[in-house]
Design a protein around this ligand. Structure first.
Ligand code: 5CA
Ligand code: ZN
Length: 409
C-alpha cells in the first residue's frame, strides 16, 4: 500500500540528545540508542473499520516524536507500519452495515492517511496490509509447525506459548494475570483442543461467508499477531529498535508477536524495546470503536479546527499517561497556537538557543512533550512581555517547533 506524503523536517543547529524511553519489557526507562546509523521502528497500525479517533492519533503522535528525536540525534529512521485490513472486527462491521469489507477497509485507510497528513505525522517507508503480508506469513507458520511450536486444532493453527521460554518477558504479566486479559482482547482461552488456554491463533481455516486465501497452510486467513511479525521481519529483521503501540497492545499482541518471532527464528529479542502509549478516554471510558465514545480527527477537521491545534492538544499530555479528552483540552490548544503564532510573527525576539536545548532535553527524556510545550510557552510569554533584539530568534523557534514537535507555526 502507499503511505502518505512527508512533511518537511527543518534542519536545526547542533545535534539532539540520545533518546531515553520507557521500555515495558525492562519495566523502566532506559536509553534506546540505535546500533547503527539507521534506527528501526515498527508501529502497529489501525484496523480500518472506523475513522481515526484521538486515541489513535495520540499513540501515533508519540511514535512520531520518537522519529523526530532520532533524526535530530543524527540517525536515519526506517519506519514500518501495518494496516490490519482483514480481521474479525473489520469483517463484523462489514456484515453489520452490508458493505464489502475491502471497500470499508480502503475507505477508512484513505481517511487515516488524510488525518496523518493533516497532523504532520511522518509517513512510514513501508505501509503494509495484512492481506499483502500473507506470502510472508505462510513460511513463518510452516516453520513453527515443523519445529513443534505450532499445532492444528481442526483446520486452525495455534501457537504453543510453552514453546517459547521467554513468553511473558514483554508484558511482565504472570500466567494468572494474562488469562482474563487474553479473553478480553480477542483470545479464545476456552477453545477445546488447545494445549494451553493462552495459545494464540496463527491461522484460521475459512469460515462460511468470510474471505479466505488458498495457501500451503490450507484455505483460510492469518491470525492477528503473526501479521505484525511477518511484516517486521520482512522489512526490519530481528532486534529492531522499538515496537510501538497503545498500552492495550502490550498483552497479548506484543507478547505473542515476540514469542512467535523468537520461536521461529531462534534469535532474541524481536524488538530491543517495547514502547506503549497510554489510553485516551472520553466520559470515563477508554475511547474505543466497540464502545462508540469517539472523537474523530476528521470530524474536528470538518468542523474547521486547525490540525496544528489538534496536534498541540495531543502534545499537551504525556504519552504514557491515560488521559481524558474534553473540549477544554482543545480550547487551550487553540489559544496556545494563537499565542505562539503571534510570538514568531516578529522578526526579532528573545534569544532562542536555550529554548532549543530545553525542547531537546525534554523530548529525549521519555518524550516529555508537556515540558517542551512549557518551554515554548515561556519564550512566547517573554516575547509578548518584553520582546528581544535577537534577529532570527522567532525563525529558530518556528523551526524547533516544526522539526521536533511537528507543528507548523
Ligand atoms: N491493528 C491493530 C494493531 S496491529 C490495532 O490495534 N488497531 S486499532 O485500530 O485498534 O488501534 C490502532 C492503534 O491505536 C493501536 O496502537 C492501539 O493501541 C491504539 N489505540 C486504540 N485505542 C486507543 C485509545 N483510546 N487511546 C490511545 N491509543 C489507542
Ligand atoms: Zn500489530
Amino acid at each position: 500500500m502507499h503511505a502518505w506524503p512527508a512533511s518537511e523536517v527543518p534542519a536545526l543547529p547542533g545535534q539532539g540528545l540520545p533518546l531515553r524511553i520507557h521500555d515495558t519489557a525492562a519495566g523502566g526507562t532506559r536509553e534506546v540508542v540505535p546500533e547503527g546509523p539507521t534506527a528501526r521502528l515498527y508501529v502497529c497500525g489501525i484496523t480500518p473499520y472506523d475513522a481515526t479517533h484521538l486515541g489513535h492519533a495520540a499513540t501515533y503522535n508519540a511514535f512520531d516524536l520518537v522519529q523526530r528525536v532520532w533524526k535530530d540525534a543524527g540517525h536515519d529512521v526506517l519506519y514500518v507500519q501495518n494496516v490490519t485490513d482483514v480481521d474479525d472486527p473489520l469483517l463484523e462491521r462489514a456484515v453489520a452495515t452490508g458493505e464489502d469489507w475491502t471497500v470499508l477497509a480502503e475507505r477508512e485507510t484513505a481517511l487515516f492517511r488524510e488525518d496523518m497528513t493533516a497532523l504532520r505525522m511522518l509517513p512510514p517507508a513501508h505501509y503494509i496490509g495484512a492481506v499483502e503480508s500473507i506470502p510472508w506469513i505462510v513460511p513463518l507458520v510452516k516453520k513453527l509447525l515443523a519445529s513443534g511450536a505450532a499445532y492444528r486444532v481442526d483446520d486452525d493453527i495455534y501457537f504453543s506459548v510453552d514453546a517459547e521460554p521467554r513468553f511473558g518477558e514483554v508484558s511482565r504479566l504472570t500466567r494468572e494475570e494474562m488469562l482474563p486479559v487474553f479473553a478480553e482482547r480477542g483470545g479464545d482461552p476456552d477453545r477445546p483442543g488447545k494445549r494451553n488456554p493462552l495459545d494464540a491463533l496463527l491461522w484460521l481455516a475459512a469460515r462460511p461467508g468470510e474471505p479466505a486465501w488458498d495457501t500451503e497452510l490450507g484455505h483460510g486467513r492469518p491470525g492477528w499477531h503473526i501479521e505484525c511479525v511477518a511484516i517486521a521481519l520482512e522489512f526490519l529483521d530481528m532486534s529492531f529498535d522499538i515496537q510501538g503501540g497503545g498500552s492495550d497492545l502490550s498483552f497479548p499482541h506484543h507478547e505473542m508477536g515476540a514469542a512467535h518471532a523468537q520461536a521461529a527464528t531462534g534469535a532474541h529479542p524481536f524488538a530491543r524495546a517495547y514502547v506503549h502509549a497510554g489510553m485516551v478516554g472520553l466520559d470515563g471510558h477508554k475511547m474505543s470503536k466497540s464502545r462508540g465514545n469517539l472523537v474523530f480527527v476528521s470530524k474536528l477537521r470538518r468542523d474547521g479546527v486547525d490540525p496544528a491545534a489538534i496536534r498541540l492538544a495531543l502534545l499537551s499530555r504525556h504519552y504514557r499517561s491515560d488521559w481524558e479528552w474534553d473540549k477544554s483540552v482543545l480550547d487551550e490548544s487553540v489559544e496556545r497556537l494563537a499565542r505562539w503564532r503571534a510570538a514568531v510573527s516578529r522578526p526579532d525576539g528573545p534569544a532562542a538557543e536555550g529554548l532549543l536545548a530545553e525542547v531537546r532535553a525534554a523530548l529525549a527524556d521519555d518524550l516529555d512533550a508537556p515540558a517542551a510545550l512549557a518551554a515554548v510557552d515561556r519564550w512566547a510569554a517573554l516575547q509578548a512581555e518584553s520582546g528581544g533584539t535577537d534577529i532570527g530568534a522567532p525563525g529558530l523557534v518556528s523551526r524547533t517547533v516544526d522539526a521536533l514537535l511537528g507543528v507548523a507555526l
